[in-house]
Design a protein around this ligand. Sequence first.
Ligand code: CAA
Length: 380
Amino acid sequence: MDFTLSEEQLMIKQAAKDFAQSELLPGVIERDETQTFPNELVQKMGQLGFLGMMVNEKYGGSGLDTLSYVLAMEELSKVDASASVMVSVNNSLVCWGLETYGTEAQKEKYLTRLASGEIIGAFCLSEPEAGSDATSQKTTAIDKGDHYILNGTKNWITNGNRAEVYLVIAQTHVEKGHHGINALIVEKGMEGFEIGPKENKLGIRGSDTHSLLFNDVKVPKENRIGEDGFGFKFAMKTLAGGRIGIAAQALGIAAGAYELALQYSKQRKAFGTEIANHQAIAFKLADMHTKIQAARHLVYQAACDKDAKRDYTLSGAMAKLYASEVAMETAIEAVQVHGGNGYVKDYHVERLMRDAKITQIYEGTSEIQKIVISRSILKD
Ligand code: CAA
């Protein structure tokens, strides 16, 4: 597999790197501490085209490939995973879902504004009792002819308060199980739609995570995505691509932690020499570098599969599973390399360690990825 990057891809990687260093880095510790969503930075990311990277230019997107998107995700995530999860959800789950399965009217009304970053979106599948077990949807969308009446609660929703457009998965025909589920476009401000409390999280604290409450919300039928009953397939297909974005985020967290550890180990002295000269540290760096490169190949492979229109469910799940493990492991080791300094906020690695954990949980836990992978390899 040849992963030589084109000039355009290299430019995008560099643009994301420059933005991360000059704009995201300066306030990242404070945003983490105060759980502040980077409103102004989101606007700038929209202007730079990071919020609708793969969307066709005719809908206001950047018209780029998935590989460009993962390159940008990696660079942003090296510095600020709270900002990058917002980028990932808007690109992979909301924009991609709408562009691929939405009607022309839905694209014109919502996608153009989402792709340009004028507004951002949220993807609402998880519920208090339907996380990994996503077919057990308790939120209902009852068919009332020209509209649905939506009732229920969604949990841990990224961009929960900051979004304007929400893709909500809900059960319409209980007797049909997952074939009776629909995906509806819900707008902020619709009567009966309430934003619940913000979650006080271990990591990605700058991202805006809320529960959402729907109480007799009237959603017009033209806001349904796809045919009646397509909602669960919609969620699965969308998440298959979303997992590539989160895999790239995990890769970025790992690479960010590694780069900090490498730099630190060449400056910090102990026992009369830079700690990089001690094999205990050098071997940690060797392990990190090797695993990150392996993760990068899996992430690029999944992105290339998607761009080549090959099936990417398996490669995306493998990339997410492995890259998130590498992120966690690398971030823990980066803290260890930093010693006491690693345990304080100024050195960034403790934040990356806290941020890494979520990549093993959202958009399908590691255990769910193993279900997806094992079913795929056992089916033939
Ligand atoms: N593409 C298309 N269809 C798919 C699919 C895919 N990748 N995966 C499953 N399906 C279809 C199946 O074919 C099946 O349909 P049919 O009956 O018509 O064949 C249907 O979906 C149900 O599939 P299963 O029978 O396999 O259902 P299951 O209950 O055994 O398991 C699961 C499915 C893979 C475990 C699924 O429930 C799952 O992915 N769970 C994890 C959910 C998840 O990732 N949540 C993340 C929340 S979003 C988030 O985190 C966003 C954020 O804010 C960051």
